[in-house]
Design a protein. Structure first.
Length: 250
């Protein structure tokens, strides 16, 4: 039996793992964008569960079946811890912004300010403990530990960034090319040209793994400051007319 479903986050992952453990069942995880574009090619305008299921069925019947291989459990656990750190870090940034604004908001009492500060302290502690747990999980695997050490040897990449990058890349197939890795991160350029009059600047697609894309941003900033070759390349892009943000993500 063959089953095809869209990649839909944690619920889709749990279903894939359950099906993968079932004998005589092959699973294919399709890119939601591919399914959407396939349905649009058939001029499907409405969106219902029934129509989506029919579109997926048509897709898997017409397209080559690519069986999904479940990553090792320890890799999935590492990615879960890493993404939890990302979520808590985002929450902490929001709370820090609220604390900064509280000094200018008369309606916020001292009790609320103290509560925000307490929450920030709690988030900091949770992030620290999760970071230690992630590194401990990496050190339990010789291969992950070796790759982790390679990552932290790169200027701009410290333990936090290395953990996030490794957690997202380790679930990918080993035979992926560098172009596929770039596309997976959503950093591949999208060109928009038509005739002789439309030549819009190329932009990254952002149609990829936002966790990986985010994990690469801060290391890029640090590398620009401390890695001569990266800084020279950055200045070259600026000299060619790129804006600073465009040069960071060329």
């Amino acid at each position: 039996m063959r089953v095809c479903l869209e990649a839909t986050g944690i619920y889709g992952l749990e279903l894939c793992l359950a099906l993968n453990r079932t004998k005589r069942v092959e699973v294919m995880v399709a890119n939601p964008r591919a399914i959407k574009d396939f349905a649009r090619a058939f001029l499907q305008r409405s969106k219902t569960d029934s129509l989506d299921a029919k579109a997926i069925l048509e897709f898997v019947e017409r397209m080559p079946f690519q069986a999904w291989q479940a990553p090792p459990l320890e890799i999935l656990q590492l990615r879960a811890v890493s993404r939890r750190i990302t979520a808590l870090t985002k929450n902490m940034t929001m709370e820090k912004n609220r604390l900064h604004a509280s000094d200018r908001c008369e309606e916020l009492t001292k009790f609320i300010r103290d509560d925000i500060a307490s929450h920030i302290e709690h988030l900091n502690e949770s992030i620290r403990r999760l970071g230690e747990e992630a590194v401990a999980m990496i050190r339990q695997s010789a291969e992950l530990s070796r790759e982790f050490d390679h990552l932290v040897s790169v200027k701009g990449i410290a333990e936090t960034s290395a953990t996030q990058i490794l957690a997202e890349l380790s679930v990918l197939p080993d035979d992926m090319t560098s172009r596929q890795w770039v596309a997976h991160a959503g950093l591949d350029p999208r060109h928009h040209e038509s005739g002789s009059s439309i030549h819009r600047p190329a932009r990254v697609t952002k149609a990829g793994n936002r966790y990986l894309r985010s994990a690469l941003y801060m290391p890029a900033l640090v590398a620009i400051q401390h890695e001569p070759n990266v800084r020279a390349f950055y200045k070259k892009l600026i000299a060619r007319g790129k804006k600073p943000l465009q040069a960071i993500v060329p």
